[in-house]
Design a binder for this molecule. Structure first.
Ligand SMILES: [Zn+2]
Length: 89
């Protein structure tokens, strides 16, 4: 049970981790969470030192063309299935 809990904990955000930490901008005293502002101050673009933020892989990708390719492949597969089912006795 504890092994499962440890593995689940890696994927479930606890809310007490470094990504949710707030930083105060020294330029305009604005408090912000780098997690939600791409790691920079939303007002002046100040980048806090020591806070390295990268968006998750799934958020960095433009999913338009991959999803378009998937839909075309699915359409072709459906067409093949319909033709096979039509010709099947
Ligand atoms: Zn700022």
């Amino acid at each position: 049970m504890t092994v499962i809990a440890q593995r689940v904990r890696r994927f479930v955000p606890t809310g007490r981790r470094q990504e949710t930490a707030r930083v105060v901008c020294p330029v305009d005293n604005w408090s912000f969470a780098p997690k939600f502002t791409n790691g920079v101050c939303p007002l002046c673009g100040y980048k806090p030192e020591g806070v390295e933020f990268h968006a998750p892989f799934a958020a960095r990708i433009d999913w338009f063309w991959p999803s378009m390719a998937f839909m075309i492949a699915a359409s072709i597969a459906m067409g093949v299935l319909v033709i096979l089912a039509y010709g099947h006795k």
